[in-house]
Design a protein around this ligand. Structure first.
Ligand code: MN
Length: 362
């Protein structure tokens, strides 16, 4: 069962007792993944009674193409960006006592380190807010699907680890990456996952000095290549299911001709949600097998991102993504298929039509 098996105070005890902690997160780390992992590493490396006066003992690993701003956020905080051919653990001969896995709990999202993590999974602790995961990945799991971002949970974890009264008392360099995760997972506080709790946490992080203006300009900038790619994507929009389903795509040719990279295709799924008739948005992007740690056997890979508006009849896009081997949340989910964009579109039309039919009946 994908449920919590532990509490934050118990995780705090384990982390405080650990001599070395490795922090892992999902492939192609986003703002929540990078923000939560950097915040936790900085917290564990803070000078304190639990780490012999401040010897750095925690480190984060990233894999899959990282966002262009990763070094600006991570700075000198111990971290490694593993390349496709890097062997996990080669540069870290000392074994971690605890492996903290943040913002995911599924083997497919940890593909590049799965072989390394497998025999060490008894030492892993998952902190996640996703609706699905692989329970056998770690015996200790703290999962809260109500949390808008894993950074919302990790903010409280950092508070308890440092033993401060409130989130507003966290050091500025810990508050800033936490704010990044909260902001990006809520679409800068616009999505349906925004709650009073999210705003309270955001306010506390701002009070702690989170550099929100720097974060926004750092992560929300467009390059000319990305704007050209957005132009291609907008030109590709198709409507189905009585204008309730919007499809948008970027092909391998679009990437080549605009000079855009896979990282430039982020956040495009939200564009078609601005059409009043649209309830479900699907975005298809040509991907290289290596992006997902797959062998390149010449088969095309299509990445699919799904969004659903919350008005009735509500469509659960997590069910759609799950049917294709992916997952996520009710309103935002994703998957990948070894298929052409055309084939992937057909499957999505089929699955979303079935969801509309079910929603109307129910
Ligand atoms: Mn997240």
């Amino acid at each position: 069962m994908w449920t919590s098996t532990t509490t934050l105070p118990e995780i705090v005890m384990k982390l405080r007792a650990a001599r070395r902690v490795l922090v892992l997160t999902h492939l192609k780390p986003d703002g929540d993944a990078v923000g939560s992992s950097i915040a936790l590493v900085r917290t564990l490396n803070q000078p304190g009674p639990w780490n012999n006066g401040g010897t750095p003992r925690a480190k984060a690993w990233y894999y899959g193409p990282p966002p262009p701003w990763i070094e600006d956020i991570a700075g000198t905080t111990p971290h490694a960006v593993l390349g496709r051919h890097d062997v996990p653990g080669a540069e870290q001969p000392e074994e971690p006592d605890v492996i903290a896995v943040l913002d995911t709990g599924s083997w497919t999202q940890l593909e590049p380190v799965a072989d390394w993590l497998g025999p060490r999974s008894q030492r892993a602790i998952i902190v996640d807010h996703h609706a699905q995961g692989d329970p056998e990945l770690a015996p200790l799991r703290y999962i809260n699907v109500q949390s808008a971002a894993v950074c919302e949970i990790v903010a409280e974890l950092c508070r308890q680890l440092l033993g401060v009264d409130g989130i507003r008392d966290l050091p500025k360099d810990i508050a800033t990456p936490l704010y990044l995760g909260l902001a990006t997972d809520t679409g800068w506080f616009r999505h349906s996952n925004v709650t009073p709790g999210v705003m309270h946490t955001a306010a506390d992080l701002l009070a702690a000095g989170a550099e929100h203006v720097r974060l926004y300009s750092l992560t929300e900038q467009n390059s000319r290549a990305r704007l050209a790619l957005i132009g291609r994507a907008l030109a590709s929009i198709e409507l189905h299911c009585g204008d309730r389903l919007a499809l948008m795509c970027v092909t391998e040719q679009d990437f080549r001709e605009t000079g855009a990279t896979p990282g430039d295709a982020g956040g495009l799924t939200d564009f078609t949600q601005s059409l009043p008739s649209v309830q479900v948005s699907a975005f298809f992007s040509a991907a290289s097998p290596s992006e997902f740690g797959l062998a390149d056997d010449g088969k095309p890979v299509t990445k699919i991102s799904l969004r659903s508006k919350s008005f009735e009849p509500a469509v659960d896009v997590n069910i759609v993504a799950k049917a294709l081997g992916g997952g996520g949340h009710v309103r935002a989910a994703g998957t990948r298929m070894q298929a052409t964009i055309r084939e992937a579109k057909e499957r999505i039309i089929e699955l979303v039509s079935a969801q509309f039919a079910a929603a109307t009946k129910g």
